[in-house]
Design a protein. Structure first.
Length: 300
């Protein structure tokens, strides 16, 4: 919010002066609240100036109050006419839905072999190398959602024309989205590794991704959250994708300026892999052994 020098003096003189308010539509709920507050303040100042001008006509204080308060206007807005629904849809809702769909797709691709009793058949294709089996299973899904992210950026920044700065790099924007998808992939491996059953894996994956939107700073500023909520929000990959998207969309940041964002993504990628791969390998080898024993019992 830019307040020009001598603003109040100009208001009292009646010569006119204007405020400049810049709102980040990537945080539209917060920006809308600020815009409403500013409009309320400016309305009150307008009424105050009107009363002062009315006093000059000789109507007195009571007459001025009667004139000012005697005029009412009712305005029923069906929506913020200065805000585009496409900006809201593209900046937060669509990435959240894409990331939720991605993690559910990754988990479903893994657990499908469990409930179809095809673990040994799956591992045989990779000569029982669990990491290779996971790569073969998940990479096609990963590349598909990378294309979805690319299409999303193309629609949001290209067709809709919501790129605020020409200096912003759509390539860096895409790399940020691909990194967030990679975090979802590694978290899916960790979830499938620690969850006792395939049904529980799907429940944990939904619980991991679904509450991301309220904690991205979209509807409530991160600084206004409690320490626990703010810490939790920093553990969600979508929070960092929205951060990186904002850096590109509104600031046109270079990749070197986004070191913190990509550094956090690297941590979120490697920590689930380091913890998840050993547990997953141990667990699914047990599942494969049980599957063979069940087939042997069925044959006998």
């Amino acid at each position: 919010i830019e307040v020009p020098e001598g603003y109040m003096k100009e208001q009292y003189k009646g010569t006119g002066s204007s405020l400049s308010v810049y709102l980040d539509e990537n945080r539209y709920a917060v920006a809308g609240t600020i815009q409403t507050s500013i409009a309320t303040i400016m309305s009150a100042m307008t009424l105050q100036n009107m009363a002062k001008v009315t006093l000059l006509t000789g109507s007195g204080v009571s007459g001025a109050e009667r004139i000012v308060s005697g005029v009412h206007s009712d305005f029923y807005a069906l929506g913020n006419m200065q805000f585009s629904f496409l900006a809201f849809l593209g900046s937060n809702l669509m990435p959240g839905v894409i990331m939720l769909a991605a993690v559910l797709s990754f988990v479903t691709a893994i657990v499908r072999e469990v409930y179809l009793y095809r673990i040994n058949e799956w591992l045989d294709t990779a000569q029982h190398y669990v990491t290779a089996a996971l790569c073969g299973k998940l990479l096609p899904h990963y590349f598909f959602y990378c294309l979805v992210i690319l299409a999303y950026i193309g629609l949001f920044a290209g067709v809709s024309g919501f790129t605020a700065l020409k200096a912003s790099s759509l390539f860096i924007w895409f790399i940020c989205g691909a990194a967030c998808l990679l975090v979802m992939l590694t978290c899916a491996i960790l979830i499938c590794g620690i969850a006792p059953t395939w049904r529980f894996s799907l429940v944990v994956a939904s619980g991991f991704a679904a509450p991301a939107l309220p904690f991205t700073g979209f509807s409530m500023p991160l600084d206004s959250m409690s320490d626990i909520a703010r810490t939790f929000s920093k553990c969600l990959p979508l929070t960092w994708f929205i951060e990186g998207q904002t850096q590109q969309w509104t600031l046109g940041a270079d990749i070197w300026d986004m070191g913190t964002t990509f550094g956090v993504f690297l941590l979120m990628i490697f920590i689930p892999l380091i913890l998840g791969i050993p547990v997953f390998r141990w667990k699914y080898r047990i599942f494969a052994k049980r599957e063979l024993e069940a087939e042997a019992d069925h044959v006998s």
